[in-house]
Design a binder for this molecule. Structure first.
Ligand SMILES: Cc1ncc(C[n+]2csc(CCOP(=O)(O)OP(=O)(O)O)c2C)c(N)n1
Ligand SMILES: [Mg+2]
Length: 895
């Protein structure tokens, strides 16, 4: 369909000759088949290349539908009834938003995204998306978040949501309940499965979900199925780097279980996605270049006869050259405008449409609104093997909203329609609501025995039930795993180990466990060696869908780089976002697959909550379970790495995520207690929480766990007494809180204070300021609401009730962390922390620089005693001298 005659004329080639070549090719295709034709083209291309006449690389195909009319096949549905269902869904979706905004202008909502996506969704719901049944795991469907009114509206017709719920769209706090704005499993745990509304997250999550499904199959944890992962995206959404960031992984892994559908309405929120370019062509090039199967659905059936008549390829050429800004204009313009701007460029084109009336030209449908075209594309996508597929579907934003929004730049935020506009919409889609009722904009659901409802139900029944729908299918674990963790409670016999090494030891044990061994999913973004995990390469192998096609360079060594088809480690390469997406797939498998996989994602702590916090937020929304391990943590504990790497932030960044429990343990036994409890809470008790544990690389002898049941409880609740002073008689008393590697500085300070200044200090290990803080605010809230009852006491206050002396806290994170609990401690709390940019240096220099070492803890304690009038300023001054503290040193926060 290219412009042969045009090219021929320009290049001086005899058009007759071109025609002969084409006919020869057609003959091969007809007689020998498609494969032979492809071979022929390949051979010609190689030949041309060899002779130095290689054709220029072209990533694009012409601006037409990928599936030719003759290959479209038959549409198996009842098109008329499906159209009526879709119209009703459109109406109710619109009514939801319009009604919600009548009650409260500030409520918001979106009409135009679903208006553009309706056919794309409906073809999926009626023909493709398979529900989860006992026999079949079902498809995974990520739906464009802003199109949620359409999804609710369908569920209303399905009888799954009531008119009352629709009425309360975006008013979840109504006494009789409501519907959340976007897909949030946290808020509607029986309905939504996948949060999609932070743009760019769902495409990346979908890729890793499809890959994780394969991982489970290759490891024989679930049976092989042909379940698909569908992700519906906006074209504007593709500007998010995460959207396209992992598409080569999908093709590299041959993920033919993955289908992207990109709703190319050419618009985003403010205006055109590519006013001066062509988003469909741009995406086609990117996806084809990455090795995807690309199916363009640009033109509806109305256009078929026009292309048929376009023997010179002039129409295709013209459409291919038209920028998107102009294509968008055609939507809002008249038929005469379309005639002039699409066909007016050449008399031959004008002739093609001379018998087509203006009105017909104005309403020529684009491909994404044509059920037959969309069906053909999806069918081809699900049948395609060997690579993932992307369907690029051209749609119109605000389709059906007419003058009030269709194709207009304001359409994204359109949520009010006047009566005239509602009447037009109602009439256009044939909704059985009369003019008098329009002002009220009522929801409409045909009777249960109507053909529409019967059809819709029958389709879903045939496809295995309703989508979306979330159900937890996994069975709780049974063992208590005491034996697994026991060895870590008794210390390291003086051997210097880091908490990272201790964690890796536990991981190794867990991998051997009969109950959880197979369920553990270690995830690393190219840092396994940093964390001393290379021994696991050999123990459980690195997952590779292809096994190992080469002899590894280190095969002669014990710990060689072993890749295997049933390998257990997800070695993701340098992608924290991708690794997190794997964590999300593994952490939600208890619902998606009914399998209790337990992800342990270990990474450079600075590149976690700081870099990919939005994914972690989405994981929480999705009710994910599992463990995030921030490795090489601590601003002064990670020596040498400097400003970008040294993490003093992540425990603050962990605060806002409600279901994330964050711990900064100092010793192996603390980690053992936390992990064992985490497994119990998440996988036995079924709590939808997850854990963040920082682990460090500073080696020291691990002590054994002090006796007493309060220790275990304290570790989990956030603090416990680690070492008390034996000098009970001293008048000078202090309580020192240490966490993580800084706990050892607190212990050194304890000795210094005792020996040199006669201060008896007790040292606490504070494992989680977040846990203490949450307990504090929960307790306060309870007291606020129960004024007549005996006030409850926050755990941190209980701990310190009888603890004498001044209070000093030292952390490797911001001072704000200990300050979180300062209001619940009995006296003033002095906080030492690592606010400021990191530096490249050794631990000793760093702890001096950030003022968190034993000397500064000693100084802070003495200073607090001075404040209390227990000692003289001269004592503190002398201590400054003795401790070698430079009072004029740089302020780490400001330098
Ligand atoms: C990360 C992120 N940034 C911004 C937004 C706000 N936002 C919501 S929808 C939208 C435009 C969407 O355009 P597109 O992806 O083309 O979808 P369409 O509605 O056109 O189908 C924007 C900017 C968001 N939801 N997520
Ligand atoms: Mg768009």
């Amino acid at each position: 369909m290219t412009d042969n005659s045009g090219v021929a004329r320009v290049m001086g080639i005899d058009p007759q000759e071109i025609q002969e070549w084409i006919e020869s090719f057609d003959a091969v295709l007809k007689e020998e088949g498609q494969e032979a034709a492809t071979v022929l083209l390949d051979r010609l291309r190689s030949r041309a290349q060899k002779l130095g006449a290689g054709p220029a690389f072209t990533a694009n195909t012409p601006y037409v539908n990928t599936i030719p009319v003759e290959k479209q096949g038959v549409f198996p549905g009842d098109q008329e009834i499906e159209r009526r269902i879709k119209s009703l869904i459109r109406w109710n979706a619109l009514a939801m938003v319009v009604r919600a905004n009548r009650v409260d202008h500030s409520i918001g909502g979106h009409i135009s995204t679903y208006a553009s996506a309706a056919t794309l969704f409906e073809i999926g719901f009626n023909h493709f998306f398979r529900g989860r049944t006992d026999e079949f795991e079902g498809d995974t469907v990520y739906l464009q978040g802003h199109a949620s009114p359409g999804v609710y509206s369908r569920a209303f017709l399905e009888g799954r949501l009531s008119a009352k719920q629709l009425e309360n769209f975006r008013r979840e706090l109504r006494p009789d309940g409501g519907l959340t704005s976007y897909p949030h499993p946290w808020l509607m745990p029986d309905f939504w499965e996948y949060p999609t509304v932070s743009m760019g997250l769902s495409p990346l999550m979908a890729i890793y979900q499809a890959r994780f499904n394969r991982y489970l199959e290759d490891r024989a944890i679930k049976p092989k199925t042909n379940a698909k992962v569908w992700a519906f995206l906006g074209d504007g959404e593709t500007d998010e780097p995460e959207t396209l960031g992992a598409i080569t992984l999908a093709s590299r892994e041959n993920l033919d279980n993955l289908i992207f559908v990109i709703n190319c309405n050419l618009q985003r929120l403010d205006g055109p996605v590519r006013g001066n370019g062509k988003i469909v062509q741009e995406l086609e090039a990117a996806f084809r270049g990455a090795g995807w199967n690309v199916i363009k659905v640009l033109w509806g059936s109305d256009w078929d006869p026009l292309f048929e008549r376009d023997v010179d390829g002039l129409l295709v050429k013209g459409l291919g050259e038209m920028v998107d800004g102009e294509a968008q204009k055609l939507v809002v313009e008249s038929g005469a405008y379309v005639r002039q701007h699409v066909f007016g460029t050449d008399p031959r084109l004008l002739k093609m449409v001379e018998n087509v009336p203006d009105e017909a030209l104005r309403t020529l449908r684009v491909g994404g609104h044509d059920p037959r075209k969309v069906y053909a594309a999806y069918k081809s996508a699900v049948e395609h093997t060997g690579s993932p597929t992307v369907v690029l579907a051209r749609t119109i934003k605000g389709y059906g909203l007419g003058e009030s929004g269709e194709g207009r730049n304001i359409t994204h935020q359109q949520k009010k329609l006047n009566e005239e506009e509602l009447r037009e919409f109602r009439s256009r889609f044939g909704i059985p609501i009369n003019d008098e009722q329009l002002a009220d904009t009522p929801f409409y659901r045909p009777s249960e025995d109507s053909r529409e409802i019967q059809y819709l139900r029958a389709r879903r029944q045939e496809l295995g039930g309703y989508v979306p729908s979330r159900k937890v299918r996994s069975k709780p674990l049974v063992a208590d795993h005491d034996a697994l963790f026991r060895e870590f409670l008794t210390g390291s016999d003086g051997r210097e180990v880091s908490t990272t090494m201790a964690f890796v030891g536990m991981l190794r044990q867990m991998l051997r466990d009969p109950e959880i061994g197979k369920l553990v999913v270690p995830i690393v973004p190219d840092e396994a060696r940093t964390f001393g995990m290379e021994s696991l390469f050999r123990q459980v192998g690195i997952y590779s869908s292809r096994g190992q096609l080469y002899e590894p360079v280190d095969q002669h060594t014990l710990l060689y780089y072993k890749e295997a088809k049933d390998g257990q480690i997800l070695e993701e390469g340098i992608t924290e976002a991708g690794s997190m997406a794997s964590f999300i797939a593994a952490g939600s498998a208890y619902a998606t697959h009914g399998i209790n996989t337990i992800p342990f994602f270990i990474y450079y702590s600075m590149f976690g909550l700081q870099r990919i916090s939005d994914f972690i937020w989405a994981a929480a929304d999705m009710r994910c379970r599992g463990f995030l391990l921030g490795g090489t943590a601590g601003r002064t504990t990670l020596a040498g790495e400097g400003l970008q790497h040294q993490d003093g932030n992540s425990h603050i960044l962990a605060l806002p995520i409600p279901t994330l429990w964050a711990y900064d343990p100092a010793f192996a036994y603390e980690i053992a207690v936390i992990i064992q409890e985490g497994i119990r809470r998440m996988y036995k008790d079924g709590e939808s929480i997850f854990y963040y544990i920082t682990v460090m690389n500073e080696g020291y002898a691990m002590p054994s766990m002090p006796p007493g049941p309060e220790v275990r409880e304290g570790i989990l609740k956030g603090m416990y007494k680690y070492r008390l002073s034996e000098n009970k008689k001293s008048k000078l008393r202090a309580q020192i809180f240490g966490s993580g590697a800084i706990l050892r500085e607190a212990l050194k300070a304890q000795e210094l204070l005792e020996e040199k200044y006669g201060v008896a200090a007790d040292v606490w290990s504070v494992t989680s300021y977040k846990a203490l803080y949450n307990d504090g605010i929960n307790t306060e809230r309870w007291n606020l609401l129960h004024p007549a009852e005996k006030p409850r006491v926050p755990y941190v206050s209980q701990c310190l009730r009888d603890a004498p002396g001044v209070l000093v806290a030292a952390t490797d994170y911001l001072k704000a962390l200990p300050n979180l609990v300062s209001k619940w401690v009995p006296r003033r709390l002095a906080a030492l922390g690592t606010d400021g940019f990191g530096r490249s240096d050794g631990r000793e220099a760093l702890r001096n620089f950030f003022e968190v070492d034993s000397r500064f803890i000693t100084l802070a304690t003495l200073h607090e005693l001075l404040q209390d009038g227990k000692i003289e300023a001269t004592v503190v001054e002398k201590a400054i001298q003795d401790l070698g503290i430079d009072t004029e040193k740089a302020n780490p926060l400001l330098t």
